[in-house]
Structure formats: structure tokens, C-alpha cells
Design a protein around this ligand. Sequence first.
Ligand SMILES: [Zn+2]
Length: 400
Amino acid sequence: MTVPTESTSGPISGSGASVAVTNIGELFTGDLLADTPYGVISDAALVIEGGHVAWTGPRARCPAADTSYDAGGRAVLPGFVDSHSHLVFAGERSGEFAARMAGAAYSAGGIRSTVAATRAASDEQLHARVAGLVGEMIRQGTTTVEIKSGYGLTAHDEQRSLAIARQFTDETTFLGAHVVPDGIAVEDYVELVTGPMLAAAAPYARWIDAFCEVGAFDADQARRVLEAGAAAGLRGRLHANQLGPGPGVQLGVELGLLAVEHCTHLTAADVAALRDSGTIATLLPGVEFSTRQPYPDARGLLDGGVRIALASDCNPGSCFTSSMPLCVALAVREMGMTPAEAVSAATLGGADALGRIDVGALVPGRRADLVILDAPSHSYLAYRPGVPLVASVWRSGRPT
Ligand SMILES: [Zn+2]
């Protein structure tokens, strides 16, 4: 592989200028309608215009562009779409992690210690934390990220968490129903979440989410939260079936959600409901890695006709990784996915889970958000786990 060079003096992208990315060893377009699986093209080129993909195909047929960029024979794939993260928090829980690795069980209760630290933090401290983690994500190839609140759990603290998250992404999710904070009964708390807290949060959120799990919220409470959110104009998402079997997946399907997330403990009826509904199962293998729990059965879901997204679930308790390449590697190694299936789930799958048709694949019309790997193939993300293979990340047609 050669070192990439810019072959002209013009701007790399911009207002109408077109850019041809040439000498791509393997272009993983992610186009499921293409003639080749996942729209993979060898010895390829890609043309960007106005920040969007204008053309993809064999290098020999690349149309003329204002400037060109030599990818040096490396692999190019869509930027990762991380559709599930919790980045607005203060403090850290490495002690809890170490205790877990020494045999302690994971429960949702540890969330409360992060709530205390988050409430005590200044806006500036929270902003700096999110900025640091988003920067980490971008360097590892993530070009679209969803960020949840859920460590404030008062109207004021949820609102400011979302206002801070909004400075980094439009994909913000109100997760007041994360856990019941100390000092309030669950029914009173659901009233607060669906009333004043929702009113404070809604202007800064696109989505509403609930943690439907033993120790957090039951199906009836989660339903009330999502229905109140819908009435306020927020679309629903759901943490479901993470710690054990439960009603969350079926509730999400019944409510017509785009995605239900975790899906670690599923029954045959859950899988059938997902298949028949088209609701996406968002799998978060970093959680199982970090809690030493059994991984979700991605192979069984795919073979059962269920669509899958992969996301990081980056959070200080159950999974403190921001790395989508790690999630891809785990999905391949531990969950029976092929490298192509995992990359597709981490890109197009995430876009679908967020209802986004402008990102997640390198097809004409979508945003030119792309990753150049220091590797000849997307398979290297699983073949060489833990190695920093992301050489360059472009957002809207520009290197970051
Ligand atoms: Zn989560």
C-alpha cells in the first residue's frame, strides 16, 4: 500500500467542488440492492459532490472530478452509525468493573452513583466529557452518534444533559426512565418523567427511551413513558431484554418502534415478533464483553429474518468503550456474524435504527461519511481486533 496523496492543489471538497477518491482497494458501499454482496467493489473509486456521494464504481470508469485523492489501495467503508450511547455523565465506575470481574453481579443499581456525580458536575464539565468521548468516537470511525440523557433524573438535569448532547448531534434521546432515583416511589417518578421532566426535555430531544427491566421499569410503566413521549412528538426506543427474558421486545414491537436495544435474552416468540414487524434488534456486544454475560444470538436472529444493528452503548457502568471496530470484532468472533454482516449492521443497520436515509451507506445521494482503513478489506476489523486500523475519517466529504 502506498501513502495517499492529494493530486491537485484544489480544495479537497466544499461548496460544489467534486472529489474523486481513487485507488480504493475495496469499496464497501453497503448497498444491499447491488449486484455484489453488500455492494463491495474491488479496485474502486467514489466521487463526492457537495458533501454527498455522487458516483461509485470500478476505478477504470471513474468520471472526471475537480480534485482527486489516492486511497493507496486501502479499504473504504461507510462511517459507523452508533445508534445507542450514554455520553452525558460525570465520574467513572472502574471500581465497580473490577468488582464485577472479581465475581460481583451486574445490576442496574450502579446507575445511581453516576447520577449523583452527574448532578454535581458543572455544565462545562459535562460538555468537556461529551466532547472527549465524541472525539474518541470520530477517531475510531463513527460519523453519526445517538446520545441519551439518563444520569440527571430531575427535570433540570435531564434538560441540561440533552441541551449539552444537542451540541454534538441531532440524535438525542430523553432517558428519564433509566432508573428510579433514590428517595421517590416508582409511581411518583413515572408521573414526574411523563409530566414536568418530559416537558423540560422534549425541546432538546428527538427520541424517548425507557429501561424496561427488572430493577428499572416494568412494561406498563415503560408503555406510559413512551406514549407520553409520543404525545410530545418524540419517537420511541427501548432498552429491552438485557438482563433476562422480559416483555420489552414485545412491547417495542407492539408500539411499532424502529428498534429495540440489547435483545440479549429472547424467546422464540420474541424473535418471531421482530421478524414479522421489521423492528430492528440493536445488539450491544460491548456490554456482554464488559459484564461477562452471554452474548445475544446474532446468528439466530439473522437466520430468523430479523434485521440487526450494532452499537456501542458507551456508558460508564456496563460498557465503557466508544469503539465500533471493537463491536464489529466481537459480533464476528462471539456472535456468529460474518465481517460483512457486522460492518453492515454497524453502518446501515444503525442508520435504519435511527430512521436515517442520508447516512450509513456509500450510495449516490447519501452523505459522504466514510472511513479509510489501513487495511485492504473490511474483514480486517475483525481479523486484526484491537489494532487502530482507522486511518482517515471523512464527514460530508471532508477529512476530519
Ligand atoms: Zn444503553
